[in-house]
Design a protein around this ligand. Structure first.
Ligand code: MN
Length: 238
């Protein structure tokens, strides 16, 4: 695929944060063929627009608007603030507050990455089914799509406090796995590539579902964007 269109595709499907191998390639300034490539310049965190106008009735419009325009935006602002403060500390050679700002960067930066993936894990009314290589990998890792979805929903409902249910590709064991992430950054596997992401912070569902998180998760399972998931899976296993 042409480099420009691949970059556009990755942005469209919320793949911007996943490319460990690709980032390493960019950092080396070469592609697999050894051709010289420009090293990407550092950029600020940004708030991507929602890929749709509404997810009603599964997610009500006020929740969607608040979640994207206020909560996700706050993670973007927080992550950029942490980057700025760390740059100032480097300039001044004063790392007295480094623990605070690194913690902020991990929290808000992970919030940015996961929210972008969350928006791209859903489609109004759902889209597609697990198919092709993704379906094969799901069968191999979980036994069947139904078993994977049962584990994903159970793990997501059982997140302690605020967090996420995440289907990941784990490259070192070449298997798909379900993570039950607390906050945005705890209980991950380094190198794991997110394929499907469900937000179970209360701000994601409380206006409509109140304390009934299981009802939200069950409804959420019906609006999964399997086409976008397949694109992320394809990029992860490449
Ligand atoms: Mn959220």
């Amino acid at each position: 695929m042409h480099e420009m269109s691949r970059r556009e595709m990755m942005r469209a499907f919320g793949l911007g944060g996943l490319g460990v191998a690709m980032a390493a390639t960019l950092a080396r300034g070469e592609d697999k063929g050894g051709t010289a490539m420009p090293v990407a310049k550092p950029q600020a965190f940004t708030l991507p627009p929602l890929p749709y106008k509404s997810l009603d009735p599964v997610i009500d419009d006020p929740t969607l608007a608040l979640h994207h325009d206020k909560h996700h935006a706050a993670y973007v602002a927080g992550a950029n603030k942490a980057l700025d403060e760390l740059a100032k500390a480097r300039e001044a050679g004063d790392f007295a507050l480094v623990k605070h700002w690194e913690r902020d960067l991990a929290f808000n930066g992970s919030g940015c990455a996961l929210h972008t993936l969350y928006w791209n894990s859903m489609w109004p009314g759902g889209r597609g089914q697990p198919a092709g290589a993704l379906a094969e990998a799901i069968d191999q890792s979980f036994g069947s799509a139904a078993k994977m979805q049962a584990q994903f929903a159970a793990a997501t409902k059982a997140v302690e406090g605020s967090g996420w249910g995440i289907l990941v590709w784990e490259p070192s064991t070449t298997r798909l796995a379900v993570l039950q992430v607390e906050k945005h950054q705890n209980l991950t596997i380094w190198g794991a590539v997110p394929i499907l992401v469900c937000d179970v912070w209360e701000h994601a569902y409380y206006l409509k579902y109140q304390n009934k998180r299981p009802d939200y998760v069950e409804s959420w399972m019906k609006i999964i964007d399997w086409e976008s998931a397949a694109a992320r899976f394809g990029a992860a296993v490449k």
